[in-house]
Design a protein around this ligand. Sequence first.
Ligand SMILES: [Ca+2]
Ligand SMILES: [Ca+2]
Ligand SMILES: [Ca+2]
Length: 231
Amino acid sequence: MHSLTRLLSHSHAFSCLVVSGAALVAAATAHANLLTNPGYEVSTITTANNVLNNFIGFQGVWGPELGTITGATGGVTPFAGSQMHSLTNAGGVATQTFQAVDVSSFSALINAGNAQIAASAFFNTVGGYTGAQSSVVVLFFSGATYSSLLGNSGFGGLNLDANPLTWENRSVTSMIPVNTTWVVFQGAYSNASIGNNPGFIDDAFMDITAVPAPGALALLGLAGIVGRRRR
Ligand SMILES: [Ca+2]
Ligand SMILES: [Ca+2]
Ligand SMILES: [Ca+2]
């Protein structure tokens, strides 16, 4: 159970330094991707255990249970760029990859109860079999340790097609629990659904946006009713 939720990241701080000017601009926009190496174009990875046991030390680095970063293989071409993440059967229920992200810069929004997180990725498998099942989940933590787990975004299985030429998107959105300071992005395949075949992930995305407080939502609902009456 514990290993289901761990994350990673090393190159994060470095890449932020390199693009500090652009990053500042991007951070101010509504849809800046909070993930590092979201398209797997950098080959550096660590392990799921490293990420989940050391958020700070491995933040921004992908940590699979059993996986690699690879170019085109098995008739599958990356969704974008020249590389993608490959996950293979790790035993147990699922084979997963994790990335830990410090979201403490969003604390004001999060602690006001107005922060929504959206996470998504594209999934694909080699051809010839059906029923491969994948999902995206976000885990919420009040601190930089796995033991501070507050909950998760929920998830649903995405049943993939049997066509290696198509990539399918899986996404989740969730309000972020108050007191969250770290999140872990988790991409997963059901082991039973892929057997001994690889499951691929590319173009992962995660962002935080402000949503109206409940009172404001109620007002919007009233406006909608008024609008309908007018018609
Ligand atoms: Ca890619
Ligand atoms: Ca596993
Ligand atoms: Ca496909």
